[in-house]
Ligand binder design. Structure first.
Ligand SMILES: [Zn+2]
Length: 469
């Protein structure tokens, strides 16, 4: 059998040109990224060597931190290139090496306070989003590969290393680079089929590394209250201490294959704060749902937020009553911030700055109604958990998500639930649903009563018993 690489090589040999049947054929190529540091001032030095072929069009996906790149040309000459505001850098066609420095001090100076969008430093260790420091080919090229090697403290990148300090990645993997930790101590966790590699950066937390790793492990184990199996086989997780008494003031999952997450942890937080934390669980639950093309933030944030409360009740971290209180408080906040907008309007504005919370809680409300309807129509045999198990992590459209819900229900249910809600102010029908479920709240406290749909209410906060368990 002729492999894809060999076939395109033959085409180039025979045709001797860059196109075949009118389509561009990308020249196979190999780039070698060499990273040294962290160095003073809180920076890494990057060298990109053109091993074979490779493009002349590059980009910083999150531009601004690197102003200049030095290119070395085939004849040995050097050219200083200014990185435009777009981050898109065209280098001379005869380049052989590119060199630049990414400095968090520059980020501080130019953008004020830094966060996980740009990267954080703790002592001489760094957690950086790849999108900020990485100059990558502007367009992913199917036949381009890259090796990455680091000199200096051990790095944790999303990808499985080939050997100590060396990774081989595709051009597509570089396009979604995730989080990169330089330095730090390690712990290795197993949760179901998932292997989580954790980098703990900076000064040791008063609770110790083991307590932080256990916080990640127990949060990841709660994902198994929702999914039948841990949703990924590998995830790279980095933890950086900051001055705060919150367990985790901020956490984020960044797109990468495999996945990678970053968490800031409060250096003054105590055990009880970590026991109550929901940031780690919320971010890890983002591993448990498909990504949507185009983006459906109301659903993805809705899924992680909804299952954060459900999973905590199922694991016993909170009572079912507390779980409902959290949901109802969220609906109140969602109704307040959406200010009477119709549900379809909230969804239409999901990408608008300041509308995220309204969109997320609108999603939670819709998913609760959908989950309960799926349970009702299947006499409790199917639930939203099964939809996530069936879809896995591959990118899908909203229509594919709806089709999976309908397939499990055995009838069109997604559109029916959506149609009931879309033209009304979000959350308008919640009292009717809560009455049917026997969920009553007074003085902020929830109590349960006998009601026609009490069985669905009870089943929701219990782990679903699957035939294959
Ligand atoms: Zn989220």
């Amino acid at each position: 059998m002729i492999g894809r690489g060999l076939a395109s090589g033959l085409l180039l040999l025979l045709a001797g040109c860059a196109t075949a049947r009118g389509r561009p054929v990308s020249a196979p190529g190999e780039l070698a990224y060499r990273i040294s540091g962290p160095s003073t001032p809180r920076a890494i030095d990057v060298e990109i060597l053109r091993v074979r072929g490779g493009p002349a069009a590059f980009t910083f996906a999150t531009p601004g931190a690197v102003e200049r790149v030095r290119a070395q040309l085939e004849d040995g000459a050097f050219v200083e290139l200014s990185v435009p505001a777009s981050g898109e850098l065209d280098v001379p066609n005869d380049w052989v090496a590119l060199r630049y420095r990414f400095s968090l001090d520059d980020v501080h100076r130019w953008f004020g306070s830094t966060d996980l969008s740009w990267g954080v430093a703790s002592q001489d260790e760094l957690l950086l989003p790849g999108a900020a420091w990485l100059l990558r080919p502007r367009v992913p090229l199917p036949d381009l590969t890259a090796t990455i090697s680091t000199a200096g403290p051990a790095a944790l990148l999303p990808w499985e290393p080939q050997s100590e300090g060396r990774w081989a990645v595709s051009s597509q993997q570089l396009a979604e680079p995730g989080f990169h930790a330089f330095g730090g101590r390690r712990c290795y966790l197993t949760v179901g089929q998932g292997r989580l590699e954790v980098a703990v950066l900076g000064a040791e937390h008063p609770l110790g590394d083991a307590a932080l790793c256990e916080w990640i492990r127990s949060s990841a184990a709660e994902v198994l209250q929702v999914r039948a199996e841990f949703p990924v086989t590998r995830a790279a997780i980095s933890i950086v201490p900051v001055q705060s008494n919150e367990a985790s003031p901020f956490g984020r999952l960044l797109p990468s294959h495999p996945r990678s997450l970053g968490f800031l942890v409060g250096s003054q937080a105590v055990s009880e704060d970590f026991a109550k934390d929901i940031v780690a669980l919320h971010e890890l639950l983002h591993l448990a749902h498909p990504s949507f093309e185009p983006k459906e933030t109301w659903l993805t944030e809705g899924l992680a937020t909804y299952f954060t409360e459900v999973a905590r009740a199922r694991s016993g971290r909170q009572s079912p009553e507390n779980g409902w209180e959290e949901l109802l408080d969220g609906f109140d906040r969602g109704a307040e911030v959406s200010g009477g907008m119709r549900m379809d309007e909230v969804i239409r504005e999901q990408g608008v700055a300041g509308r995220l919370r309204a969109a997320a809680w609108t999603g939670v409300w819709f998913l609760l109604a959908l989950d309960l309807e799926l349970r009702r129509l299947t006499q409790g045999l199917r639930a939203l958990d099964d939809v996530l198990d069936a879809l896995g992590n591959r990118p899908i459209s909203l229509a594919q998500f709806a089709a999976q819900v309908d397939a499990l229900a055995g009838q069109p249910v997604f559109e029916a639930v959506f149609a009931r809600q879309r033209g009304r102010p979000a959350f308008a029908l919640r009292q009717d649903l809560l009455d049917a479920l026997g969920v009553h709240r007074s003085d902020g406290k929830v109590r349960f009563e006998e009601a026609p749909r009490a069985a669905e209410r009870e089943a929701l906060m219990r782990i679903k018993v699957r035939p294959n368990r």
